[in-house]
Design a protein around this ligand. Structure first.
Ligand SMILES: [Cu+2]
Length: 144
């Protein structure tokens, strides 16, 4: 049986479009001595991001430069589009941020909680991703 040419063409396009879709560029500042950042970068790359790692042993100055509130600090700081993404925020939540485009500076998953991408293990409780604002009580953007 011969398939109509149009069907083959659309099959070809359908299969090749995801591969052609441009990857989302991420600039990730991290301390090269921190292992979870490497795993986290791989998590992003496996989910359609293109990660440029920038090694620095002075993460404190990066946090200052981008004014990350101390209580929201994660182990690394990433720039994605116009947003700041602090810590081990899962790829799908970053994609939601880019789709919804809320008027915030960025989002953050503070610390290095077990069960977040890059930190193997089982979560003890749902993890909250906060808006990167310095208010007394940061709002929650997502829970996973
Ligand atoms: Cu890390």
């Amino acid at each position: 049986m011969r398939y109509p040419k149009i069907l083959l063409t659309s099959l070809f396009l359908g299969l090749s479009l995801p591969a052609l879709a441009s990857e989302i560029a991420v600039k990730l500042y991290r301390n090269p001595n921190c292992g979870c950042c490497d795993l986290y970068a791989k998590h992003l790359e496996a989910n359609g991001f293109e990660v440029a790692l920038i090694d620095t042993t002075d993460m404190a100055s990066i946090k200052r430069r981008y004014t990350v509130p101390e209580k929201l600090e994660g182990c690394h700081t990433a720039l994605v589009g116009d947003y700041l993404v602090e810590g081990l925020v899962p790829a799908n939540i970053i994609k939601r941020l880019l789709t919804e485009q809320p008027r915030v500076k960025g989002i953050a998953l503070p610390g290095m909680p077990v069960g977040a991408p890059g930190m193997p293990g089982t979560k003890r409780a749902p993890l909250e991703v906060y808006y990167l604002d310095s208010g007394a009580k940061p709002g929650v953007f997502a829970t996973f």
